[in-house]
Design a protein around this ligand. Structure first.
Ligand code: PEP
Ligand code: MG
Length: 579
Protein backbone atom coordinates (compact mmCIF):
# COMPACT_ATOMS: atom_id res chain seq x y z
CA UNK A 1 0.00 0.00 0.00
CA UNK A 2 1.30 3.48 -0.83
CA UNK A 3 -0.25 6.82 0.16
CA UNK A 4 0.34 9.99 -1.89
CA UNK A 5 -0.71 13.53 -1.00
CA UNK A 6 -1.59 16.00 -3.73
CA UNK A 7 -4.01 18.87 -4.32
CA UNK A 8 -7.73 18.08 -4.00
CA UNK A 9 -9.50 19.59 -7.02
CA UNK A 10 -12.84 17.82 -7.27
CA UNK A 11 -14.71 16.47 -4.23
CA UNK A 12 -15.82 12.92 -3.58
CA UNK A 13 -14.23 9.56 -2.92
CA UNK A 14 -13.89 6.59 -5.30
CA UNK A 15 -12.25 3.19 -5.25
CA UNK A 16 -11.62 1.31 -8.51
CA UNK A 17 -8.98 -0.36 -10.62
CA UNK A 18 -6.63 2.05 -12.33
CA UNK A 19 -6.47 2.80 -16.01
CA UNK A 20 -3.24 4.45 -17.03
CA UNK A 21 -3.61 7.03 -19.75
CA UNK A 22 -0.29 7.89 -21.27
CA UNK A 23 0.08 11.14 -23.06
CA UNK A 24 -1.43 11.09 -26.51
CA UNK A 25 1.84 9.77 -27.92
CA UNK A 26 1.82 6.63 -25.79
CA UNK A 27 4.80 7.45 -23.57
CA UNK A 28 5.20 4.76 -20.93
CA UNK A 29 6.45 5.65 -17.45
CA UNK A 30 9.70 4.03 -16.36
CA UNK A 31 9.03 1.27 -13.87
CA UNK A 32 11.78 -0.85 -12.36
CA UNK A 33 11.48 -4.56 -11.62
CA UNK A 34 13.59 -6.73 -9.33
CA UNK A 35 16.34 -8.83 -10.99
CA UNK A 36 14.29 -12.00 -10.45
CA UNK A 37 11.30 -10.45 -12.30
CA UNK A 38 13.32 -9.80 -15.43
CA UNK A 39 12.68 -13.35 -16.72
CA UNK A 40 8.92 -12.74 -16.43
CA UNK A 41 9.25 -9.46 -18.32
CA UNK A 42 11.23 -11.16 -21.09
CA UNK A 43 8.56 -13.87 -21.35
CA UNK A 44 5.88 -11.14 -21.59
CA UNK A 45 7.90 -9.52 -24.34
CA UNK A 46 8.12 -12.83 -26.24
CA UNK A 47 4.36 -13.32 -25.94
CA UNK A 48 3.69 -9.79 -27.13
CA UNK A 49 5.83 -10.31 -30.23
CA UNK A 50 4.09 -13.64 -30.85
CA UNK A 51 0.61 -12.11 -30.59
CA UNK A 52 1.54 -9.10 -32.72
CA UNK A 53 2.92 -11.36 -35.46
CA UNK A 54 -0.15 -13.57 -35.55
CA UNK A 55 -2.44 -10.52 -35.49
CA UNK A 56 -0.65 -8.94 -38.44
CA UNK A 57 -0.52 -12.22 -40.38
CA UNK A 58 -4.25 -12.66 -39.86
CA UNK A 59 -4.99 -9.08 -40.90
CA UNK A 60 -2.75 -9.36 -43.96
CA UNK A 61 -4.47 -12.56 -45.07
CA UNK A 62 -7.92 -10.97 -44.79
CA UNK A 63 -7.05 -8.15 -47.20
CA UNK A 64 -7.68 -8.58 -50.89
CA UNK A 65 -4.46 -8.01 -52.88
CA UNK A 66 -6.27 -6.14 -55.67
CA UNK A 67 -8.01 -3.67 -53.36
CA UNK A 68 -5.64 -3.39 -50.46
CA UNK A 69 -2.26 -4.06 -52.06
CA UNK A 70 -0.63 -1.04 -50.42
CA UNK A 71 -1.88 -1.93 -46.95
CA UNK A 72 -0.70 -5.52 -47.45
CA UNK A 73 2.77 -4.15 -48.29
CA UNK A 74 2.80 -2.08 -45.10
CA UNK A 75 1.82 -5.10 -43.03
CA UNK A 76 4.62 -7.07 -44.70
CA UNK A 77 7.15 -4.39 -43.67
CA UNK A 78 5.84 -4.46 -40.09
CA UNK A 79 6.05 -8.24 -40.01
CA UNK A 80 9.68 -8.13 -41.18
CA UNK A 81 10.47 -5.73 -38.32
CA UNK A 82 8.75 -7.94 -35.78
CA UNK A 83 10.55 -11.05 -37.00
CA UNK A 84 13.93 -9.32 -36.89
CA UNK A 85 15.84 -11.16 -34.16
CA UNK A 86 18.26 -8.31 -33.56
CA UNK A 87 15.36 -6.01 -32.61
CA UNK A 88 14.03 -8.46 -30.05
CA UNK A 89 17.55 -8.99 -28.70
CA UNK A 90 18.04 -5.27 -28.28
CA UNK A 91 14.86 -4.97 -26.20
CA UNK A 92 15.70 -8.09 -24.16
CA UNK A 93 19.18 -6.73 -23.44
CA UNK A 94 17.62 -3.47 -22.30
CA UNK A 95 15.36 -5.28 -19.81
CA UNK A 96 18.38 -7.16 -18.49
CA UNK A 97 20.62 -4.13 -18.20
CA UNK A 98 18.09 -1.66 -16.79
CA UNK A 99 15.74 -3.98 -14.83
CA UNK A 100 12.62 -2.36 -16.26
CA UNK A 101 9.21 -3.57 -17.46
CA UNK A 102 8.79 -4.98 -20.96
CA UNK A 103 6.51 -2.05 -21.96
CA UNK A 104 9.09 0.51 -20.90
CA UNK A 105 11.86 -1.33 -22.79
CA UNK A 106 9.71 -1.62 -25.95
CA UNK A 107 8.79 2.02 -25.81
CA UNK A 108 12.35 3.25 -25.20
CA UNK A 109 14.09 1.08 -27.80
CA UNK A 110 11.53 1.62 -30.55
CA UNK A 111 11.41 5.35 -29.93
CA UNK A 112 15.18 5.50 -30.26
CA UNK A 113 14.96 3.71 -33.60
CA UNK A 114 12.10 5.89 -34.77
CA UNK A 115 13.86 9.14 -33.93
CA UNK A 116 16.95 7.85 -35.70
CA UNK A 117 14.88 7.24 -38.85
CA UNK A 118 13.13 10.59 -38.52
CA UNK A 119 16.45 12.46 -38.62
CA UNK A 120 17.60 10.90 -41.91
CA UNK A 121 17.35 13.37 -44.80
CA UNK A 122 16.07 10.75 -47.25
CA UNK A 123 12.27 11.06 -47.25
CA UNK A 124 11.66 7.35 -47.79
CA UNK A 125 13.72 6.41 -44.74
CA UNK A 126 12.47 9.23 -42.51
CA UNK A 127 8.89 8.18 -43.23
CA UNK A 128 9.68 4.73 -41.81
CA UNK A 129 9.59 6.38 -38.36
CA UNK A 130 5.79 6.21 -38.57
CA UNK A 131 6.01 2.44 -39.14
CA UNK A 132 8.14 2.03 -36.05
CA UNK A 133 5.63 4.00 -33.95
CA UNK A 134 2.88 1.76 -35.30
CA UNK A 135 4.80 -1.34 -34.27
CA UNK A 136 5.40 0.15 -30.83
CA UNK A 137 1.69 0.75 -30.47
CA UNK A 138 0.83 -2.78 -31.53
CA UNK A 139 3.26 -4.29 -29.01
CA UNK A 140 2.09 -2.00 -26.23
CA UNK A 141 -1.49 -2.94 -26.90
CA UNK A 142 -0.52 -6.55 -26.21
CA UNK A 143 1.61 -5.72 -23.17
CA UNK A 144 -0.81 -3.37 -21.48
CA UNK A 145 -3.83 -5.43 -22.45
CA UNK A 146 -7.30 -4.14 -21.64
CA UNK A 147 -5.84 -1.67 -19.17
CA UNK A 148 -4.49 0.32 -22.11
CA UNK A 149 -8.01 0.52 -23.48
CA UNK A 150 -9.22 3.67 -25.13
CA UNK A 151 -10.89 5.74 -22.44
CA UNK A 152 -13.79 6.43 -24.78
CA UNK A 153 -14.76 2.76 -24.94
CA UNK A 154 -14.74 1.74 -21.33
CA UNK A 155 -16.83 -1.15 -20.11
CA UNK A 156 -15.86 -1.20 -16.45
CA UNK A 157 -15.38 1.39 -13.69
CA UNK A 158 -11.86 2.81 -13.48
CA UNK A 159 -9.75 5.44 -11.80
CA UNK A 160 -7.87 7.28 -14.54
CA UNK A 161 -4.21 7.84 -13.69
CA UNK A 162 -2.01 10.00 -15.91
CA UNK A 163 0.99 12.22 -15.85
CA UNK A 164 -1.14 15.03 -17.15
CA UNK A 165 -4.58 15.35 -18.73
CA UNK A 166 -5.67 18.09 -21.08
CA UNK A 167 -9.14 19.67 -20.82
CA UNK A 168 -9.88 18.10 -24.22
CA UNK A 169 -9.04 14.59 -22.99
CA UNK A 170 -11.05 15.08 -19.82
CA UNK A 171 -14.08 16.56 -21.57
CA UNK A 172 -14.84 13.22 -23.27
CA UNK A 173 -14.70 11.12 -20.09
CA UNK A 174 -17.76 8.99 -19.56
CA UNK A 175 -18.61 9.57 -15.91
CA UNK A 176 -20.51 6.29 -15.75
CA UNK A 177 -17.15 4.50 -15.89
CA UNK A 178 -14.51 7.07 -14.97
CA UNK A 179 -14.98 7.11 -11.21
CA UNK A 180 -12.02 9.35 -10.35
CA UNK A 181 -8.87 10.84 -11.76
CA UNK A 182 -5.39 11.37 -10.37
CA UNK A 183 -2.51 13.11 -12.13
CA UNK A 184 1.14 13.88 -11.48
CA UNK A 185 0.73 17.44 -12.81
CA UNK A 186 -1.94 20.14 -12.54
CA UNK A 187 -3.33 22.88 -10.32
CA UNK A 188 -6.60 23.64 -8.53
CA UNK A 189 -7.90 26.16 -11.06
CA UNK A 190 -6.58 24.47 -14.21
CA UNK A 191 -9.24 23.90 -16.85
CA UNK A 192 -8.81 20.15 -16.45
CA UNK A 193 -9.69 20.46 -12.75
CA UNK A 194 -12.69 22.62 -13.66
CA UNK A 195 -13.91 19.94 -16.08
CA UNK A 196 -13.50 17.23 -13.42
CA UNK A 197 -15.71 19.27 -11.08
CA UNK A 198 -18.21 19.87 -13.86
CA UNK A 199 -18.46 16.14 -14.51
CA UNK A 200 -18.63 15.41 -10.78
CA UNK A 201 -15.57 13.14 -10.97
CA UNK A 202 -13.46 13.16 -7.78
CA UNK A 203 -9.93 14.28 -8.65
CA UNK A 204 -6.54 14.88 -7.10
CA UNK A 205 -3.63 16.54 -8.96
CA UNK A 206 0.02 17.39 -8.30
CA UNK A 207 0.86 13.84 -7.18
CA UNK A 208 4.49 14.01 -8.33
CA UNK A 209 5.30 10.54 -9.74
CA UNK A 210 2.03 8.70 -9.17
CA UNK A 211 1.80 7.53 -12.79
CA UNK A 212 5.15 5.79 -12.42
CA UNK A 213 4.12 3.98 -9.26
CA UNK A 214 0.73 2.72 -10.39
CA UNK A 215 0.45 -0.21 -12.76
CA UNK A 216 -2.69 -0.60 -14.92
CA UNK A 217 -5.20 -2.66 -12.91
CA UNK A 218 -3.91 -1.70 -9.44
CA UNK A 219 -6.70 -0.79 -7.03
CA UNK A 220 -6.58 2.94 -6.27
CA UNK A 221 -8.53 5.11 -3.83
CA UNK A 222 -8.95 8.77 -4.79
CA UNK A 223 -10.00 11.07 -1.96
CA UNK A 224 -10.93 14.29 -3.73
CA UNK A 225 -11.85 16.00 -0.45
CA UNK A 226 -8.50 15.71 1.28
CA UNK A 227 -6.21 15.35 -1.75
CA UNK A 228 -5.11 11.80 -0.93
CA UNK A 229 -4.50 8.84 -3.23
CA UNK A 230 -3.94 5.32 -1.89
CA UNK A 231 -2.39 2.74 -4.22
CA UNK A 232 -3.13 -0.93 -3.54
CA UNK A 233 -4.91 -0.25 -0.22
CA UNK A 234 -5.21 -3.02 2.38
CA UNK A 235 -8.59 -4.40 3.47
CA UNK A 236 -8.87 -2.10 6.51
CA UNK A 237 -8.18 1.01 4.45
CA UNK A 238 -10.74 0.00 1.84
CA UNK A 239 -13.37 -0.52 4.55
CA UNK A 240 -12.50 2.81 6.16
CA UNK A 241 -12.84 4.66 2.84
CA UNK A 242 -16.06 2.89 1.92
CA UNK A 243 -17.55 4.21 5.15
CA UNK A 244 -16.09 7.70 4.56
CA UNK A 245 -17.54 7.71 1.06
CA UNK A 246 -21.01 6.79 2.39
CA UNK A 247 -20.75 9.58 5.01
CA UNK A 248 -19.77 12.08 2.32
CA UNK A 249 -22.71 11.13 0.09
CA UNK A 250 -25.02 11.50 3.09
CA UNK A 251 -23.60 14.97 3.86
CA UNK A 252 -24.18 15.98 0.23
CA UNK A 253 -27.80 14.82 0.45
CA UNK A 254 -28.27 16.81 3.64
CA UNK A 255 -26.87 19.93 1.99
CA UNK A 256 -29.10 19.36 -1.04
CA UNK A 257 -31.96 19.85 1.40
CA UNK A 258 -31.09 23.57 1.33
CA UNK A 259 -32.18 23.72 -2.28
CA UNK A 260 -35.52 25.40 -1.61
CA UNK A 261 -34.13 27.77 1.00
CA UNK A 262 -32.91 31.23 -0.03
CA UNK A 263 -29.27 32.28 0.08
CA UNK A 264 -29.78 34.94 2.73
CA UNK A 265 -27.49 36.04 5.54
CA UNK A 266 -28.68 35.91 9.15
CA UNK A 267 -29.31 39.66 9.04
CA UNK A 268 -31.43 39.40 5.92
CA UNK A 269 -29.10 40.24 3.02
CA UNK A 270 -30.17 38.30 -0.08
CA UNK A 271 -27.32 36.86 -2.19
CA UNK A 272 -27.80 35.51 -5.72
CA UNK A 273 -26.03 32.22 -6.43
CA UNK A 274 -25.49 31.36 -10.09
CA UNK A 275 -23.81 28.34 -11.68
CA UNK A 276 -20.74 28.04 -13.92
CA UNK A 277 -21.23 25.47 -16.67
CA UNK A 278 -19.10 23.92 -19.40
CA UNK A 279 -21.57 21.49 -20.96
CA UNK A 280 -25.20 22.11 -21.83
CA UNK A 281 -26.44 19.18 -19.75
CA UNK A 282 -25.18 20.92 -16.61
CA UNK A 283 -28.04 23.42 -16.78
CA UNK A 284 -30.25 20.90 -14.97
CA UNK A 285 -27.61 20.43 -12.28
CA UNK A 286 -27.52 24.18 -11.60
CA UNK A 287 -31.24 24.13 -10.84
CA UNK A 288 -31.02 20.89 -8.89
CA UNK A 289 -28.38 22.40 -6.63
CA UNK A 290 -30.44 25.54 -6.07
CA UNK A 291 -28.72 27.91 -8.55
CA UNK A 292 -30.76 30.87 -9.78
CA UNK A 293 -29.25 31.17 -13.23
CA UNK A 294 -26.00 30.73 -15.13
CA UNK A 295 -23.28 33.29 -14.48
CA UNK A 296 -20.68 31.72 -16.76
CA UNK A 297 -21.23 29.38 -19.69
CA UNK A 298 -17.76 28.31 -20.92
CA UNK A 299 -18.81 27.81 -24.53
CA UNK A 300 -15.36 26.82 -25.82
CA UNK A 301 -16.11 23.28 -24.62
CA UNK A 302 -18.34 22.95 -27.68
CA UNK A 303 -15.07 22.80 -29.61
CA UNK A 304 -13.26 20.50 -27.24
CA UNK A 305 -15.60 17.57 -27.02
CA UNK A 306 -16.50 17.13 -30.66
CA UNK A 307 -14.29 15.97 -33.53
CA UNK A 308 -15.53 18.72 -35.87
CA UNK A 309 -15.85 22.45 -35.42
CA UNK A 310 -19.42 23.17 -34.36
CA UNK A 311 -21.70 24.69 -37.01
CA UNK A 312 -23.83 27.76 -36.29
CA UNK A 313 -26.78 25.41 -35.81
CA UNK A 314 -24.81 23.31 -33.28
CA UNK A 315 -24.00 26.48 -31.33
CA UNK A 316 -27.63 27.53 -31.48
CA UNK A 317 -28.94 24.18 -30.28
CA UNK A 318 -26.57 24.11 -27.30
CA UNK A 319 -27.56 27.64 -26.24
CA UNK A 320 -31.27 27.13 -26.92
CA UNK A 321 -31.36 23.95 -24.80
CA UNK A 322 -29.61 25.70 -21.92
CA UNK A 323 -31.76 28.84 -22.09
CA UNK A 324 -34.98 26.82 -22.26
CA UNK A 325 -33.90 24.77 -19.23
CA UNK A 326 -33.41 28.00 -17.27
CA UNK A 327 -36.75 29.62 -18.19
CA UNK A 328 -36.56 33.34 -17.46
CA UNK A 329 -33.49 33.06 -15.22
CA UNK A 330 -30.32 34.76 -16.47
CA UNK A 331 -27.93 32.86 -18.75
CA UNK A 332 -24.58 34.58 -19.25
CA UNK A 333 -22.94 33.17 -22.35
CA UNK A 334 -19.23 33.81 -22.47
CA UNK A 335 -17.89 33.90 -26.00
CA UNK A 336 -15.28 31.25 -26.64
CA UNK A 337 -12.12 31.32 -24.59
CA UNK A 338 -10.03 29.23 -26.97
CA UNK A 339 -6.25 29.09 -27.06
CA UNK A 340 -3.74 28.54 -24.23
CA UNK A 341 -4.66 25.04 -23.02
CA UNK A 342 -7.93 24.87 -24.99
CA UNK A 343 -7.44 24.36 -28.69
CA UNK A 344 -9.80 24.30 -31.61
CA UNK A 345 -9.96 21.34 -33.95
CA UNK A 346 -7.87 23.07 -36.58
CA UNK A 347 -5.37 24.79 -34.27
CA UNK A 348 -4.66 21.84 -32.02
CA UNK A 349 -1.15 21.20 -33.29
CA UNK A 350 0.17 24.72 -33.63
CA UNK A 351 2.34 25.31 -30.58
CA UNK A 352 2.97 28.75 -29.10
CA UNK A 353 5.96 29.47 -26.85
CA UNK A 354 3.85 31.12 -24.10
CA UNK A 355 0.29 30.08 -24.88
CA UNK A 356 -1.32 31.75 -21.84
CA UNK A 357 0.19 35.03 -23.03
CA UNK A 358 -0.53 34.29 -26.66
CA UNK A 359 -3.40 34.11 -29.08
CA UNK A 360 -6.04 33.30 -26.51
CA UNK A 361 -9.67 34.12 -25.90
CA UNK A 362 -10.96 37.44 -27.28
CA UNK A 363 -7.65 37.94 -29.14
CA UNK A 364 -8.18 34.62 -30.90
CA UNK A 365 -11.75 35.62 -31.78
CA UNK A 366 -10.74 39.03 -33.13
CA UNK A 367 -8.25 37.29 -35.43
CA UNK A 368 -10.73 34.60 -36.50
CA UNK A 369 -13.73 36.69 -37.39
CA UNK A 370 -15.77 34.12 -39.33
CA UNK A 371 -15.68 31.79 -36.32
CA UNK A 372 -16.46 34.60 -33.89
CA UNK A 373 -19.35 35.84 -36.02
CA UNK A 374 -20.76 32.33 -36.30
CA UNK A 375 -20.92 32.11 -32.53
CA UNK A 376 -22.40 35.59 -32.08
CA UNK A 377 -25.01 34.86 -34.75
CA UNK A 378 -26.11 31.75 -32.84
CA UNK A 379 -26.17 33.50 -29.45
CA UNK A 380 -28.25 36.37 -30.81
CA UNK A 381 -30.63 33.98 -32.52
CA UNK A 382 -31.08 32.13 -29.21
CA UNK A 383 -31.42 35.37 -27.24
CA UNK A 384 -35.17 35.60 -27.87
CA UNK A 385 -35.70 32.40 -25.90
CA UNK A 386 -34.90 33.81 -22.47
CA UNK A 387 -32.79 36.12 -20.35
CA UNK A 388 -29.46 36.03 -22.23
CA UNK A 389 -26.37 38.14 -21.58
CA UNK A 390 -23.16 38.12 -23.61
CA UNK A 391 -19.77 38.25 -21.92
CA UNK A 392 -16.39 38.76 -23.58
CA UNK A 393 -13.42 37.04 -21.90
CA UNK A 394 -9.85 38.18 -21.29
CA UNK A 395 -10.35 41.80 -22.25
CA UNK A 396 -7.08 43.66 -21.70
CA UNK A 397 -7.92 47.10 -23.06
CA UNK A 398 -10.73 49.36 -24.19
CA UNK A 399 -9.92 48.98 -27.87
CA UNK A 400 -10.49 45.21 -27.69
CA UNK A 401 -13.86 45.75 -26.05
CA UNK A 402 -14.88 48.32 -28.64
CA UNK A 403 -13.76 46.03 -31.46
CA UNK A 404 -15.70 43.08 -30.04
CA UNK A 405 -18.81 45.26 -29.73
CA UNK A 406 -18.42 46.48 -33.30
CA UNK A 407 -18.36 42.88 -34.51
CA UNK A 408 -21.45 42.17 -32.41
CA UNK A 409 -23.23 45.13 -34.05
CA UNK A 410 -22.19 43.86 -37.51
CA UNK A 411 -23.75 40.49 -36.70
CA UNK A 412 -26.90 42.23 -35.45
CA UNK A 413 -27.12 44.00 -38.80
CA UNK A 414 -26.70 40.69 -40.61
CA UNK A 415 -29.60 39.30 -38.60
CA UNK A 416 -31.68 42.37 -39.46
CA UNK A 417 -30.94 41.79 -43.16
CA UNK A 418 -31.89 38.15 -42.78
CA UNK A 419 -35.11 39.11 -41.02
CA UNK A 420 -34.20 37.08 -37.93
CA UNK A 421 -35.30 38.45 -34.58
CA UNK A 422 -33.02 38.81 -31.55
CA UNK A 423 -33.00 40.66 -28.26
CA UNK A 424 -31.74 44.12 -29.23
CA UNK A 425 -31.06 45.38 -25.75
CA UNK A 426 -29.30 42.37 -24.28
CA UNK A 427 -26.62 43.13 -21.72
CA UNK A 428 -23.05 42.92 -22.96
CA UNK A 429 -20.43 42.62 -20.25
CA UNK A 430 -16.83 41.60 -19.84
CA UNK A 431 -14.71 39.39 -17.66
CA UNK A 432 -12.08 41.10 -15.60
CA UNK A 433 -9.23 38.60 -15.70
CA UNK A 434 -6.13 40.70 -16.28
CA UNK A 435 -4.47 43.33 -14.12
CA UNK A 436 -4.76 45.76 -17.04
CA UNK A 437 -8.54 45.35 -17.16
CA UNK A 438 -8.80 45.72 -13.37
CA UNK A 439 -6.70 48.88 -13.38
CA UNK A 440 -8.70 50.44 -16.21
CA UNK A 441 -12.09 49.24 -14.98
CA UNK A 442 -13.35 52.82 -14.73
CA UNK A 443 -12.93 53.45 -18.44
CA UNK A 444 -14.06 49.93 -19.43
CA UNK A 445 -17.23 50.44 -17.38
CA UNK A 446 -18.42 53.08 -19.85
CA UNK A 447 -18.69 50.40 -22.54
CA UNK A 448 -19.73 47.40 -20.46
CA UNK A 449 -23.13 46.61 -18.95
CA UNK A 450 -21.55 44.45 -16.25
CA UNK A 451 -18.28 43.02 -14.97
CA UNK A 452 -17.60 39.47 -13.90
CA UNK A 453 -14.30 38.95 -12.14
CA UNK A 454 -12.47 35.82 -13.27
CA UNK A 455 -10.14 35.28 -10.36
CA UNK A 456 -8.56 32.15 -11.84
CA UNK A 457 -6.82 34.13 -14.53
CA UNK A 458 -6.65 37.35 -12.56
CA UNK A 459 -4.59 35.51 -9.93
CA UNK A 460 -2.40 33.84 -12.55
CA UNK A 461 -1.65 37.05 -14.42
CA UNK A 462 -1.23 39.25 -11.34
CA UNK A 463 1.18 36.91 -9.59
CA UNK A 464 2.85 35.58 -12.77
CA UNK A 465 2.07 32.04 -11.62
CA UNK A 466 0.77 29.44 -14.09
CA UNK A 467 -2.57 28.24 -12.71
CA UNK A 468 -1.97 24.67 -13.91
CA UNK A 469 1.64 24.19 -12.89
CA UNK A 470 2.08 22.07 -9.77
CA UNK A 471 5.69 23.26 -9.37
CA UNK A 472 4.49 26.74 -8.41
CA UNK A 473 1.11 25.83 -6.94
CA UNK A 474 2.07 27.07 -3.47
CA UNK A 475 2.61 30.54 -4.97
CA UNK A 476 -0.83 30.59 -6.57
CA UNK A 477 -3.36 32.15 -4.18
CA UNK A 478 -6.32 34.44 -4.71
CA UNK A 479 -5.81 35.54 -1.09
CA UNK A 480 -2.71 37.44 -2.15
CA UNK A 481 -3.04 41.14 -1.20
CA UNK A 482 -2.23 42.19 -4.78
CA UNK A 483 -5.15 40.18 -6.15
CA UNK A 484 -7.52 41.41 -3.44
CA UNK A 485 -6.62 45.04 -4.08
CA UNK A 486 -7.37 44.63 -7.78
CA UNK A 487 -10.72 43.05 -6.94
CA UNK A 488 -11.52 45.96 -4.60
CA UNK A 489 -10.66 48.47 -7.34
CA UNK A 490 -13.00 46.75 -9.78
CA UNK A 491 -15.87 46.69 -7.27
CA UNK A 492 -15.41 50.39 -6.49
CA UNK A 493 -15.28 51.37 -10.17
CA UNK A 494 -18.31 49.24 -11.00
CA UNK A 495 -20.23 50.90 -8.17
CA UNK A 496 -19.30 54.37 -9.38
CA UNK A 497 -20.44 53.48 -12.89
CA UNK A 498 -23.57 51.82 -11.45
CA UNK A 499 -23.05 48.56 -13.27
CA UNK A 500 -23.32 45.05 -11.81
CA UNK A 501 -20.19 43.28 -10.67
CA UNK A 502 -20.07 39.55 -9.99
CA UNK A 503 -17.34 36.99 -9.41
CA UNK A 504 -17.06 33.69 -11.30
CA UNK A 505 -13.55 32.36 -10.59
CA UNK A 506 -13.08 29.21 -8.50
CA UNK A 507 -12.50 31.44 -5.47
CA UNK A 508 -16.28 31.91 -5.38
CA UNK A 509 -16.79 28.21 -4.63
CA UNK A 510 -14.32 28.04 -1.72
CA UNK A 511 -16.19 28.22 1.64
CA UNK A 512 -13.40 30.12 3.41
CA UNK A 513 -13.64 33.06 0.97
CA UNK A 514 -17.39 33.62 1.33
CA UNK A 515 -17.24 36.11 4.21
CA UNK A 516 -14.50 38.11 2.53
CA UNK A 517 -16.36 38.26 -0.79
CA UNK A 518 -19.61 39.40 0.85
CA UNK A 519 -17.70 41.90 2.98
CA UNK A 520 -16.03 43.29 -0.13
CA UNK A 521 -19.46 43.94 -1.59
CA UNK A 522 -20.38 41.04 -3.88
CA UNK A 523 -24.09 40.26 -3.89
CA UNK A 524 -24.02 37.87 -6.86
CA UNK A 525 -21.63 34.94 -7.05
CA UNK A 526 -21.23 32.35 -9.82
CA UNK A 527 -19.65 29.01 -9.00
CA UNK A 528 -19.38 25.32 -9.88
CA UNK A 529 -22.89 23.86 -9.34
CA UNK A 530 -21.84 21.08 -6.92
CA UNK A 531 -20.53 23.74 -4.53
CA UNK A 532 -23.73 25.81 -4.40
CA UNK A 533 -25.29 24.06 -1.33
CA UNK A 534 -22.14 24.37 0.77
CA UNK A 535 -21.66 28.04 -0.09
CA UNK A 536 -25.33 28.67 0.63
CA UNK A 537 -24.92 27.05 4.04
CA UNK A 538 -22.04 29.43 4.83
CA UNK A 539 -24.05 32.45 3.66
CA UNK A 540 -26.98 31.42 5.85
CA UNK A 541 -24.67 31.18 8.88
CA UNK A 542 -23.13 34.67 8.78
CA UNK A 543 -24.20 38.29 9.09
CA UNK A 544 -23.13 41.05 6.71
CA UNK A 545 -21.68 42.90 9.68
CA UNK A 546 -19.36 39.94 10.41
CA UNK A 547 -18.40 39.82 6.72
CA UNK A 548 -17.65 43.56 6.65
CA UNK A 549 -15.37 43.17 9.64
CA UNK A 550 -13.50 40.29 7.97
CA UNK A 551 -13.03 42.30 4.77
CA UNK A 552 -11.84 45.39 6.65
CA UNK A 553 -9.32 43.34 8.55
CA UNK A 554 -8.07 41.38 5.51
CA UNK A 555 -7.69 44.42 3.27
CA UNK A 556 -5.38 45.90 5.87
CA UNK A 557 -3.09 42.83 5.84
CA UNK A 558 0.01 42.59 3.73
CA UNK A 559 0.83 38.87 3.74
CA UNK A 560 -0.99 36.14 1.84
CA UNK A 561 -0.16 33.61 4.56
CA UNK A 562 -1.76 35.77 7.26
CA UNK A 563 -4.82 36.41 5.14
CA UNK A 564 -5.34 32.73 4.31
CA UNK A 565 -4.93 31.70 7.96
CA UNK A 566 -7.18 34.48 9.18
CA UNK A 567 -9.95 33.59 6.69
CA UNK A 568 -9.83 29.92 7.64
CA UNK A 569 -9.95 30.72 11.35
CA UNK A 570 -12.81 33.22 10.92
CA UNK A 571 -14.86 30.73 8.92
CA UNK A 572 -14.11 27.89 11.37
CA UNK A 573 -15.32 30.02 14.26
CA UNK A 574 -18.67 30.64 12.64
CA UNK A 575 -19.33 27.27 11.02
CA UNK A 576 -16.97 24.70 12.57
CA UNK A 577 -18.75 21.79 10.86
CA UNK A 578 -17.77 23.01 7.37
CA UNK A 579 -14.03 23.01 8.05
C1 PEP B 1 -11.39 32.78 -14.59
O1 PEP B 1 -10.35 32.99 -15.22
O2 PEP B 1 -11.51 33.03 -13.37
C2 PEP B 1 -12.55 32.21 -15.28
C3 PEP B 1 -13.69 32.08 -14.65
O3 PEP B 1 -12.36 31.77 -16.54
P1 PEP B 1 -11.66 30.35 -16.88
O4 PEP B 1 -11.50 29.58 -15.61
O5 PEP B 1 -12.53 29.64 -17.85
O6 PEP B 1 -10.35 30.76 -17.48
MG1 MG C 1 -10.38 32.86 -17.37
Amino acid sequence: MEIKKGIAVSPGVSIAKSLIIDSEDYRIPRRSVSPSQRITEIQRLRNAFGFAISELTRLGASIDQAEGGKIKDIFAVHLRFLRDRSLRKRITDYIHAQSVTAEYAVSTVLREIASHFAKVKDAYISERAADVYDIERRLLKQLLGRKREDVRHLTEEVVVVARELSPTQTAVFNKQFVKAMATDAGGRTSHTAIVARALGIPAVVALENLSEIVVGGDVVIVDGNRGIVVVNPDEDTIREYEQYSRDFVELEHRLDGLRQKPAVTRDGQRITLLGNIEFRDEAGLVLEKGGEGIGLYRTEFLYLNSPQEPTEQAHYEAYAETIRALGDRPVTIRTMDLGADKYTQSKRFVPEPNPFLGLRSIRFCLQNLPMFKTQLHAILRASVLGNVKIMFPLITNLQELKQAKTILRDVMEDLDDEGISYKRDLDVGIMIETPSAALTAASLSRDADFFSIGTNDLTQYTLAVDRGNELVSTLYSSADPAVLRLIRTVIQDARKAQIDVTICGEMAGEPEYVMLLLGMGFRTISLAPPMIPEIKQVIRSVTIEQCNQVARKVLGMSSERHIANYLRAAARKIIPEAF
